[in-house]
Design a protein around this ligand. Structure first.
Ligand SMILES: *[C@@H]1O[C@H](CO)[C@@H](O)[C@H](O)[C@H]1NC(C)=O
Ligand SMILES: *[C@@H]1O[C@H](CO)[C@@H](O)[C@H](O)[C@H]1NC(C)=O
Ligand SMILES: *[C@@H]1O[C@H](CO)[C@@H](O)[C@H](O)[C@H]1NC(C)=O
Ligand SMILES: *[C@@H]1O[C@H](CO)[C@@H](O)[C@H](O)[C@H]1NC(C)=O
Ligand SMILES: *[C@@H]1O[C@H](CO)[C@@H](O)[C@H](O)[C@H]1NC(C)=O
Length: 423
């Protein structure tokens, strides 16, 4: 017996070793910095503030220290932080036009008089996180100094400032350099020893500037998240474009999406006055269903009470931030002329077989539609059935079996979002 068990022990260790090895091989394929295990939530300056540096002309639209501090205050004081909003990210146009005598980037002295370390400390003291921006070329997209040939010194500078998140643009470089620069900057960030979410625009430039096909297997080895479609604009049409893009590219994008490595459809346009209530429901619902980063970009004071209620609806956030991080699959519904049902499995799971699911019926047509559907069509199979939560009203509306057909009325340009928990 003893001999036998030592042999078994050896066998067991062998198996462990093989398992470990297989596991590590599998793991080597993805960036392992421990960051962005759920998609980042927060605020980023670009969508609304862009390159607003003329502060004396427009005090209300000015990318400066006061703005960043005010976002931190509103996250902290108005319930956003408790709902999960965490990162406060300064995009392009934050630096002086020249590096200093030590070749370091310098924050604009007029707009950021106390520097970035001060901002990071303020943000960290509130339990929030700080992000900043650079480009892998000699200059940024708005022609401020870029990180080309300064990868280590810039990574080091960001680490010293206490940066937790770095957005890296890819303007003005060749395709070959995109495929090298992002990897090298990733190594430089790693060498600082400070974990930072690494947000790359790499696939966007490959596809839309260099007309080639991004290699997401490669990109997800180096980046925590990546932009792959046009910048959002403050218009409903831009949101429609993003929804159509993710719908039509589901098969290409979904396999590379998950904890630590996310497709990024860009910021929300809440707080800019361009969306109706139902459009804002569609906008947020689709981002949540995609397991996308949720980054606001607006004057926090201009978020309407209704938008705030949506942004802090914990049933939506639970879908958006689910630890499984699965991108919802879109299915065309015959009943919806211009619409889809997106289906996303998530926690909690009953045992190990029956996850919960959220269904989002998105109707982009102007007329309302009756949709009928059966859960088993979408692989739901819990024989005890499901209880159905209407995510927008917070009401449990009914229980269903997996084989019965049930009907949903979806108003024009709107979404019905149901979470089904296994009974
Ligand atoms: C940066 O500038 C140098 C010197 O002008 C040039 O050789 C190099 O190609 C530029 N790099 C990029 C990525 O644009
Ligand atoms: C650097 O990379 C190693 C190997 O992937 C990883 O274990 C470590 O957490 C990384 N460190 C940082 C600071 O990103
Ligand atoms: C994409 O990248 C992966 C991993 O880096 C590599 O093995 C594969 O050959 C690349 N695919 C193409 C089409 O270049
Ligand atoms: C139910 O579906 C899940 C997910 O597709 C699968 O893992 C499981 O084996 C199925 N269970 C039964 C009882 O069919
Ligand atoms: C669904 O079933 C559960 C468990 O049997 C029950 O407690 C609950 O009241 C039911 N909900 C509805 C809306 O019928």
């Amino acid at each position: 017996m003893i001999k036998g068990s030592s042999c078994n022990m050896f066998y067991f260790r062998c198996v462990l070793f093989i398992l470990f090895f297989a596991f590590s091989l599998d793991k080597v394929d993805l960036l392992e910095n421990g960051m962005a295990l759920t998609p980042p939530m927060g605020w980023m300056s670009w969508g609304y503030y862009m390159c607003s540096t003329k502060c004396e002309e427009d005090e209300d639209k000015c990318l400066d220290e006061k703005l960043i501090l005010s976002v931190a205050d509103s996250f902290y004081n108005e319930g956003y932080q408790e709902a999960g909003y965490e990162y406060i990210i300064i995009d392009d146009c934050w630096s002086e036009r020249q590096r200093d005598e030590n070749d370091r980037l310098v924050p604009d002295k007029r707009r950021f008089p106390r520097g970035m370390k001060f901002l990071a400390d303020y943000i960290h003291a509130k339990g929030l996180k700080f992000g900043i921006y650079t480009n892998i070329a000699n200059v940024t997209c708005m022609r401020y100094p870029g990180s080309y040939s300064h990868l280590d010194i810039d990574a080091q500078t960001f680490a010293e400032w206490g940066v937790d998140y770095l957005k890296v643009d890819g303007c003005f470089v060749t395709e070959d350099y995109l495929n090298v620069g992002y990897i090298e900057l990733g190594h430089a960030l790693n060498r600082t020893g400070r974990p930072m979410v690494y947000s790359c625009s790499w696939p966007y430039y490959i596809e839309y500037i260099h007309n080639n096909k991004p290699n997401y297997t490669e990109i997800s080895k180096y980046c925590n998240m990546w932009r792959n479609y046009h910048d959002v604009q403050t218009s409903w049409d831009a949101i429609l474009g993003i929804i159509q893009h993710y719908r039509s590219r589901y098969k290409e994008l979904a396999p590379h999406h998950g904890p630590g490595h996310w497709n990024d459809p860009d910021m929300l346009i809440f707080g800019t006055g361009v969306l109706t209530h139902s459009q804002s429901r569609v906008h947020l619902a689709v981002l949540a269903m995609l397991s996308a980063p949720i980054l606001l970009s607006c004057d926090m004071k201009k978020i309407t009470p209704y938008e705030k209620k949506l942004l802090q609806n914990l049933d939506i956030i639970a879908v958006a931030q689910d630890p499984m991080g699965i991108m919802a699959q879109p299915y065309k519904l015959p009943d919806l002329w211009n619409g889809f049902v997106w289906v996303k499995p998530h926690l909690p799971k009953k045992g190990d077989q029956f996850p919960s699911y959220t269904f989002a019926f998105v109707n982009l047509d102007i007329d309302e539609s009756e949709v009928s559907f059966t859960l088993s069509t979408y692989h739901l199979n819990n024989t005890d059935g499901y209880t159905v939560l209407d995510v927008f009203t917070g009401q449990f509306i009914r229980n269903v079996t997996y084989y019965e057909t049930f009907e949903v009325t979806v108003p024009g340009v709107d979404v019905i979002m149901y979470t089904l928990y296994p009974l």
